[in-house]
Design a protein around this ligand. Sequence first.
Ligand code: ZN
Ligand code: ZN
Length: 289
Amino acid sequence: MGMSLLLAFTIPGPTEQKKAVGSLLHLSPQLKAAFEPSEDFKPIPKPGSFDWLSSHEEAGQTYGQFLKSRPNKPGAGGRKLIYLQPIGDFPEGAPQLATLKKYMEAYFYPMAVKVAETLKLADLKSVSSRGDQVNCTDLLNVLEARIPKDAFVVMGVTMKDLYPGPEWNFVFGMARLKARCGIFSFARYGIEDDKKRALLRALKVISHETGHVFGIKHCTHFHCLMNGSNSLSETDRAPLHFCPACLRKIHWGLRFKPAERYQKLADFLKVNDLEKEAEWFQKRVVKTK
Ligand SMILES: [Zn+2]
Ligand SMILES: [Zn+2]
């Protein structure tokens, strides 16, 4: 099957990276500094046999191709909010909704993020379950049927383990990008072993998936939050930040001042003891001012 075929992937060099970002000729000095490939952005590592790029053919997406794809623009048609939709309880030690909200407000600054009222599983009669696991196809049907008019995206989050159908063991999450909704489980993030690592995993997954809703495809140009991932270990190795090409794509929709966004993220990460990540974002504040 697909997994037995190891795909050859050529790591893009500086010329391809520049092409991915596009011409910076007429931009302000701050935007030029933000989108210029520099030593702060590492090349994508050579994929191991079990990594995403060894089993998935990815075409990549330059900034120019992104524009041609007519991506979703936040605010269009009144769709101006990112919704976080908790499903079931979030016990102590689990990533907290208030924390996720603050992170998303910084990551997708200046967009507003709203935490919806928790959906109680006992109230969702159409959602089937299997032992302690919940059927996420059923859950997505519920979310899709009740997407608020002002929602750019509805991101369902849960501590319940998910399965999409009887033939599946489990899934980390599922999304319907056209319908602008998704659901992600933190049940297997290892909250018992390492709370900080579990939080970082949740932050990476929720911003990566929201990035897709903004029309950003998997990144093949740099080591980047938008790289595809086959496993938690691959997610752990990926950075929390967007590369210059993906940053330029998100900037097209959000029009922030890069230094302001970087500062908000650095502040959030410091408060949540993610020092290594905070340091990277703080360094970028200085360079994009
Ligand atoms: Zn993805
Ligand atoms: Zn990228």
